[in-house]
Write a protein of this length. Structure first.
Length: 344
């Protein structure tokens, strides 16, 4: 029996999330033109917009005053924190072991091969200090941190948004107002070089979409529109990595591309049906685990794989997906079950 604060999943959004996670893997595993065509930061923006959408649908439908906010916040914190802390803690432990076994990694050595237990614990707690992160490895005070699991930086903003969701669902309801404000925030963020403004702003796009979904239900996008819209979204995202336009123009356009892809995925159409197929649903299921584990795989495992040639990329992708599935079964799924029990 479905509880009042629950909602049926939109499978196509899970599929899009899985594709975006796979694109982040490709971004970190490739170089040259392909690396530039897959700007990893834009896919994080895509994740943020989807989080805004899926987290705000239920409170908008049941009513802000009727929604069980304490239950939601407890569930969400556990859902995010347990897998993230587990991934970071495992990375720290393994890094320490392999460094002391003779693995050469100067960038990690100062943090994970200290002379005292207190220094090691300081390094671990610093890695878990997600609330001080602005973007990948960059901290609020302007310093840089060598991160053993780089993708964990974005959990800072997912957590902060999750805790401030009540404010978003009150103010971010009309896309005609939200979209221009968000794009202005992205532009100012690029001009002032202050990423937090962008990160927190783009969540509002998802909340505004959820408001429309709560009012009108899931709408249908005509076939003659959906394919051009999908291609346009992909082009707008990819152009930001090619340096064709200045960032102050390219970044707002990329956000528009992310929004287009989310709109395509959450409406009913031929592309969303593709994203709803079994393989894409599975990718979506393990997307969080894939996101958290793919860089440790690259740093620890890839250098020791003897396979070369065309088989190497295929082997790496399969390896990443297998480890993501294992992490999902051993860590993420139990964390989800725990969050549901604690939130009853």
């Amino acid at each position: 029996m479905k509880e009042k604060n629950d909602i049926e999943r939109i499978d196509s959004l899970d599929g899009l999330r899985g594709v975006a996670a796979l694109a982040v893997v490709a971004y970190h595993y490739t170089g040259g033109t392909l690396h530039r065509l897959l700007p990893g930061g834009q896919f994080v923006t895509l994740f943020f917009i989807m989080s805004g959408l899926v987290l705000s649908i239920v409170p908008l439908r049941v009513g802000i005053g009727s929604y069980d906010w304490p239950r939601y916040q407890l569930r969400r914190v556990v859902r995010l924190a347990v897998p993230t802390c587990a991934a970071v803690g495992l990375c720290c432990a393994v890094s320490t072991v392999v460094l002391r076994a003779g693995w050469t990694a100067p960038e990690y050595a100062t943090v994970f091969a200290p002379s005292s237990p207190s220094a090691w614990l300081h390094g671990l707690l610093t890695q878990l200090d997600m609330l001080s992160m602005t973007t990948a490895g960059s901290r609020v005070d302007g310093s840089m941190l060598v991160m053993v699991d780089l993708p964990s930086w974005s959990m800072c903003w997912e957590l902060l948004f999750s805790l401030t969701l009540p404010m978003y669902v009150v103010v971010a309801t009309d896309m005609r107002i939200v979209a221009p404000v968000v794009l202005a925030c992205v532009l100012v963020s690029e001009w002032a070089q202050w990423p937090p403004l962008r990160h927190m702003a783009v969540f509002a796009l998802g909340v505004a979409l959820a408001g429309r979904l709560a009012d009108k239900g899931r709408e249908t996008m005509r076939s003659v529109v959906v394919v051009p819209a999908t291609l346009c979204g992909v082009v707008l995202i990819c152009q930001s990595g090619l340096d064709v336009l200045p960032d102050i123009v390219a970044q707002p356009l990329a956000v528009c591309g992310c929004l287009l892809l989310v709109v395509v995925a959450f409406t009913s159409n031929v592309v969303s049906e593709l994203f709803s197929t079994a393989i894409f649903r599975w990718l979506g299921r393990v997307s969080f685990s894939l996101y958290l584990t793919h860089l440790p795989v690259r740093d620890w495992v890839v250098p020791y794989i003897p396979v070369r040639g065309v088989l190497r990329p295929a082997l790496l992708v399969v390896l990443c997906l297998l480890i993501a599935e294992a992490f999902y079964l051993l860590v993420e799924r139990p964390a989800t079950m725990l969050s549901r029990r604690l939130g009853r």
